[in-house]
Design a protein around this ligand. Structure first.
Ligand SMILES: Nc1nc2c(ncn2[C@@H]2O[C@H](COP(=O)(O)OP(=O)(O)OP(=O)(O)O)[C@@H](O)[C@H]2O)c(=O)[nH]1
Ligand SMILES: [Mg+2]
Length: 428
């Protein structure tokens, strides 16, 4: 199961604002008349119950939203580009290139604004003032963003089955749900997680995930463990299945698996866990089982079952249902959004005001470079093909204190200053 994919998303650039002047017979020296550019297209990722895998997004695909239309003369605004919404399965986690989680699309219709379309540039009609009656200035549209994301489908189940290989997890799934997992008398029969719905009562159901067997060292990536430990994280309740017929000590088995779980994520130690001593029909040494039950005491609910003979399942299912139900009630207390409510997460790139506006570095070639996302963004907005645009940029740099800072750094008339590839000379 390929459940982690890489995609590249590019939002559209905003359309440029237009520079135009009114030319009409009866209107003398017509005023500025250039319309604004349209907004570039954004790309959203949206969880949808109808999707069950990320296979549409395999092979490092790139998705591009269109650019906004440029503004026109006669105050005509350019059209906004269409936004794109990519549907992903419920349970998709969005991460950036460094593995940082950006959004967890946990409910149907949860939506994440991944890349935002560039704002359209303002046309020169916007720059009319009492002083500048004929502004020869318009903004360029803001560029779009291009970003790489990792999408990972983390299975969501109410109950996750954990335990060594061959203890009877798939047999339990088959006995309690309508799923038909492969069952065989050798380890690692189950190679990918499988889901089944358990009908405790007609309107009381919960989802069970059969997860491939774990072995010692799973949290370090041994066996099949590592990739599937992620799924375990998403289960409300863990059913720890132990093979009671094995020669080994059940407590040692129990602790070995728990150590892997808790080493992988210490929070898992707080997850509700139920123990099922399976294959009770094969037990030759009942004293060992009694000893284990004493050792566990009331730390965990414990049930003796035979998944194969469907023996002892009902009380266990009732317990699992109660714990799942409690956990769901807790969710509601935490004010989770209702199922049909859309939660829109902001694009993470937009700065939150904590980063300094800019910094200036002296490069090896003696040029001074102004760096900073917001400054660069503002520069991109300005149409530097016109003299007025250049005036506007220098006014802006002066306003944010760049000139003072350059002086402090010992910049002389004639020094070259660079901003986002645009070079200009410094004058006192
Ligand atoms: N006698 C007996 N055999 C069982 C019981 N539960 C499972 N088995 C047998 O144990 C073997 C392993 O069962 P599976 O359900 O495939 O075990 P698993 O935990 O899913 O194994 P992996 O997928 O490899 O991790 C099969 O031969 C089952 O028939 C039980 O309660 N009693
Ligand atoms: Mg199995």
């Amino acid at each position: 199961m390929n459940d982690k994919v890489k995609i590249t998303l590019c939002s559209g650039k905003g359309g440029d604002g237009a520079i135009a002047f009114r030319r009409e017979k009866c209107v003398e020296a017509g005023g500025p008349y250039g319309g604004n550019g349209g907004k570039g297209g954004s790309i959203y990722l949206k969880a949808d119950e109808g999707m069950n895998s990320l296979s549409n997004y395999r092979f490092g695909k790139t998705f591009k939203a269109e650019e906004g239309e440029h503004g026109f003369s006669k105050l005509c605004f350019g059209k906004d580009a269409k936004d794109i919404t990519l549907l992903v399965p419920v349970g998709t986690v969005v991460e950036d290139e460094n593995g940082e989680m950006l959004a967890d699309l946990y409910h149907d219709k949860d939506t994440y604004l991944a890349v935002k379309g560039g704002r359209g540039g303002r046309g020169n009609a916007c720059f009319k003032s009492s002083v500048k009656r004929t502004p020869n200035i318009a903004e360029n549209g803001m560029p779009g963003e291009e970003k790489v994301f990792y999408l990972e489908l983390k299975l969501i189940a109410d109950v996750g089955l954990v335990g060594f290989p061959n203890v009877g997890k798939s047999t339990f799934l088959a006995a309690t749900t309508r799923a038909h997992p492969a069952i065989a008398d050798y380890p690692f029969t189950t190679l990918e997680p499988q889901l089944g719905v358990c009908y405790y009562k007609p309107d009381k159901t919960f989802v069970i995930a059969d997860i491939p067997g774990l072995i010692e060292g799973a949290s370090q990536g041994k066996g099949l463990g590592f990739s599937f430990l992620r799924h375990i994280e998403r289960c409300r309740v863990l059913l720890h299945i132990i093979d009671a017929s094995r020669d080994s000590d059940p407590l040692a088995d129990f602790n070995t698996i728990n150590k892997e779980l808790f080493d992988y994520k210490p929070e898992l130690a707080k997850r509700k866990m139920v123990i099922a001593l399976n294959k009770i029909d094969l037990v030759k040494d009942p004293a060992k089982i009694e000893k284990f039950k004493k050792e566990i005491g009331d730390k965990y609910p414990l049930f003796e079952i035979s998944a194969k003979d469907k023996d002892g399942l009902n009380p266990l299912i009732r317990k699992l249902y109660e714990l799942v139900d409690d956990s769901k009630k807790n969710d509601k207390n935490l004010n989770q959004p209702a199922d049909n409510e859309e939660k829109v997460y902001k694009a993470s790139s937009l700065d939150n005001g904590t980063t300094p506006l800019y910094k200036i570095v002296k490069r090896e070639d003696g040029y001074y470079e102004i760096l900073g996302e917001r400054v660069v963004r503002t520069k991109k907005l300005i149409n530097l093909k016109t003299d007025e645009g250049i005036d506007r940029l220098s006014e802006y740099l002066d306003r944010i204190g760049v000139n003072d800072r350059l002086k402090e750094l010992g910049v002389k008339t004639g020094s070259t200053i660079v901003l986002d590839g645009f070079e200009f000379e410094y004058y006192e």
